[in-house]
Ligand binder design. Structure first.
Ligand SMILES: [Zn+2]
Length: 255
């Protein structure tokens, strides 16, 4: 074996049999590509080292403002019973009938309270016995406090202010007539603060409640309301002004 053979053998041992043979003094395109890869990798790594903290910081800031619940928190929130809503506050309201079909009530409770129940002087409902049964109660008595506001039971004109009992100027009634409906309403035991000819809207103040105690000691103070239908027949106001339980819209901001 001469020197040339050894060198030749050595070169042959280092030669990758899968690479094409390389002519002397030239690099194959593949060799050039391999040579440039480490430089490109270093460049990409450099960029990543420079920009990654900025990207992470940009991503972390909004996360810090709006922390996302961890999966376990989400899971527990799903298992825990929903926060119990407070029961709605119910309130009794008096709903007036809409007899002309315009979508609005045509009658209102003059005191806001329920009809008078039974007391020593009788009952407050329409048709209750009066004078030992010789006549029937022609109105509905709405419980009241002496001095409280009386509301117009109907829109219309004040057509009469009269006395409840002949010869007694203490106890008055206010008559309101509504020509469009053909109805009239008389509210008794009222000290009026409207005059004949005045226009009143449903629910407006028409006066204050007068005490009945000097006339009927122990009676439940009330407004006696008579509703006169077209033609003049008195009808049961309780059929035109009915109680409803309504949920009150309470402020839950302090929840
Ligand atoms: Zn009455």
């Amino acid at each position: 074996m001469n020197f040339r053979d050894v060198r030749s053998h050595g070169e042959g041992a280092l030669t990758n049999p899968y690479l094409p043979s390389i002519p002397n003094g030239r690099k194959s395109p593949m060799t050039a590509s391999i040579a440039t890869k480490p430089a490109a990798l270093r460049c990409a790594l450099g960029l990543a080292v420079v920009f990654a903290p900025m990207v992470v910081a940009a991503m972390e800031r909004p996360v810090a403002r709006h922390p996302t619940p961890s999966p376990i928190v989400k899971l527990l929130a799903g298992i825990a019973p929903a926060k119990a809503a407070p029961p709605p506050v119910m309130e009794l309201v008096w709903k007036g009938a809409d007899i002309d079909g315009d979508g609005a009530s045509d009658f209102a409770n003059p005191t806001g309270s329920a009809p008078r129940g039974h007391d020593d002087f009788g009952d407050g409902f329409f048709g209750a016995r009066r004078d030992g049964g010789s006549r029937a109660h022609e109105g509905v008595d709405y419980v009241a406090r002496a001095g409280q506001t009386v509301h117009a039971p109907m829109s219309g004109y004040v057509t009469k202010i009269g006395y409840a009992y002949a010869g007694d100027t203490d106890l008055k009634f206010v008559e309101i007539t509504n020509p469009a409906l053909g109805y009239a309403a008389r509210s008794f035991y009222v000290t009026p603060d409207v005059e004949v000819g005045a226009t009143v809207r449903l629910g407006d103040r028409i006066g204050k409640v007068e005490s009945l105690q000097s006339h009927y000691p122990g009676i439940t103070d009330h407004v006696h309301l008579e509703i006169l239908a077209p033609g003049g027949d008195r009808v049961n106001a309780a059929g035109l002004i009915v109680p409803r339980m309504m949920a009150v819209n309470t402020d839950t901001a302090a929840d």
